[in-house]
Design a protein around this ligand. Structure first.
Ligand SMILES: Cc1ncc(COP(=O)(O)O)c(C=O)c1O
Length: 431
């Protein structure tokens, strides 16, 4: 399998009929693009938001879709009134939009959750009895921790090693098995060979869950063409910060699993005992759902699809290449990478600065330059320890030797933001 086949999501020509068309419209704006923030001395400067991987700003079309839905906002699945019907229709339409956005199979379940963490936990509660999960140490905690029984694999030295290690681990497991892997690392931005891993999983009768939280804001994903069983992601990383996420995938485990929340909506009838819905969506969406979150998430999917991935990816790759070469030119700055400089990645880069703690660097960038980055361990403690070669045998993570700084970009990031970060670091190390 070629590198391109493994790492790229599906080219338009291979997309199934339900995939949204890329029309190549201009890139939409984000709210807050003109936000000014105070820096030392009381001056105001334009905010350089380089923290998209944590939470991306809201796209204007997303905010507009929420504003348009609000006047008729009413109950979902519960009212005969016109506003209830309209709101219910918008909520259900959001499901169809998300299904198309990820190229899901027509019969896949689309369950709205709070976020990716909620989605992985939901699936964890629906695994058939005795399921063993295989997961790499490189995962975000949302994908590393929810599993009742898991085999943890060490960070692989190269992509083919990831496939080989998964192959060996899955072969050794009897009974139901699930491979869990991220599509794009939240630490290094590197793309994982998810198509090859899906192939291996299926060869062993396993299923695969892909954590797409950091992929979908940057690349097109096609669940069907990649052969994935489940994907999970969050609206707030996809320019839709209204508190919704999603789990998409095969219905059977979800139809049999214990309802995620027990209460109205999940239940068909209640007597001495409760009779739960078999359909995964009502079964796992008890209570009043986050309608506006779902509408926002769907609006983001629509906006990205309408813009066209080619244009989005081209601009992101230009900026991330500029950022990485800028960082490489600053003495003492070390970029973190699992699979080397040339490995394909999304718009995320983590680094350390010799002689400074990650917290110090992040604070200086904010207070003196108006730049927002993330510092810490990015909810990926084992991976940070691996990348930084830390020797804390007790697994403790509180010291700063296992922390780094992360800059992440997306729609609305400008060349000036990227250049400002590089020059700020150059200033800092020359003090
Ligand atoms: C790869 C990855 N998975 C899962 C999550 C968890 O997302 P959320 O906090 O929205 O549940 C994150 C968040 O940083 C992430 O980067």
């Amino acid at each position: 399998m070629s590198t391109l086949t493994i790492f790229n999501s599906v080219p338009a020509a291979e997309a199934p009929a339900n995939a949204p068309a890329a029309s190549g419209r201009s890139i939409p704006a984000v709210l807050g693009a003109d936000l000014e923030v105070p820096v030392k001395g009381g001056r105001l400067v334009g905010y350089a938001n380089l923290d998209y991987a944590a939470s991306a700003p809201c796209l204007e079309p997303v905010s507009a879709a929420v504003a348009a839905a609000l006047p008729a906002y009413s109950s979902v699945h519960r009212g005969a009134g016109y506003a209830s019907q309209l709101t219910t229709a918008r909520y259900e339409q959001a499901r169809h939009t998300v299904r198309a956005f990820v190229g899901a199979r027509p019969d896949d379940a689309v369950i709205f959750t709070r976020n990716t963490t909620d989605a992985t936990n939901l699936l964890a509660g629906c695994l058939p009895e005795g399921t063993t999960t295989v997961v790499f140490d490189t995962e975000h905690h949302a994908s590393l921790l929810p599993w009742p029984a898991s085999v943890r694999l060490a960070a692989p030295a190269f992509p083919g090693e990831a496939v080989r290690a998964a192959d060996e681990a899955l072969a050794a497991i009897d009974g139901p098995k699930l491979l869990v892997v991220t599509a794009a690392s939240n630490v290094t931005g590197e793309l994982w060979p998810i198509a090859a891993l899906a192939h291996i999983a299926h060869r062993h009768g396993a299923r695969i869950l892909v954590d797409a939280a950091q992929l979908v804001p940057h690349r097109r994903l096609n669940l069907t063409a990649l052969g994935l069983d489940y994907v999970a992601f969050s609206g707030h990383k996809l320019y839709a910060p209204f508190g919704a996420g999603v789990l998409v995938g095969r219905r059977d485990w979800l139809a049999e699993g214990e309802p995620y929340l027990k209460g109205g909506g999940a239940v068909r009838s209640v007597g001495e005992t409760a009779e739960w819905h078999d359909d995964p969506e009502p079964r796992h969406e008890a209570g009043t759902p986050n309608v506006l979150g779902a509408i926002a998430l769907a609006a983001a999917c629509d906006a990205l699809s309408a813009t066209g991935w080619t244009e989005l990816v081209r601009e992101e790759e230009r900026l991330i290449a500029r950022l990485r070469s800028g960082l490489a030119s600053v003495e003492g700055v070390r970029e973190l990478s699992l699979w080397g400089d040339d490995h394909p990645r999304v718009g995320i880069v983590s680094f350390t600065v010799a002689g400074y703690s990650a917290r110090e660097v992040a604070e200086v960038l904010s207070s003196e330059y108006g730049i927002g980055v993330r510092d810490g361990k990015f909810c990926a403690h084992p991976f940070l320890r691996h990348l930084l070669g830390a020797q804390d045998a007790d697994g403790g993570c509180d010291d700063d030797t296992t922390s780094a700084i992360r800059a992440s970009i997306g729609i609305g990031t400008t060349q000036e933001h990227v250049d400002r970060l590089v020059e700020a670091l150059r200033d800092l190390v020359s003090r």
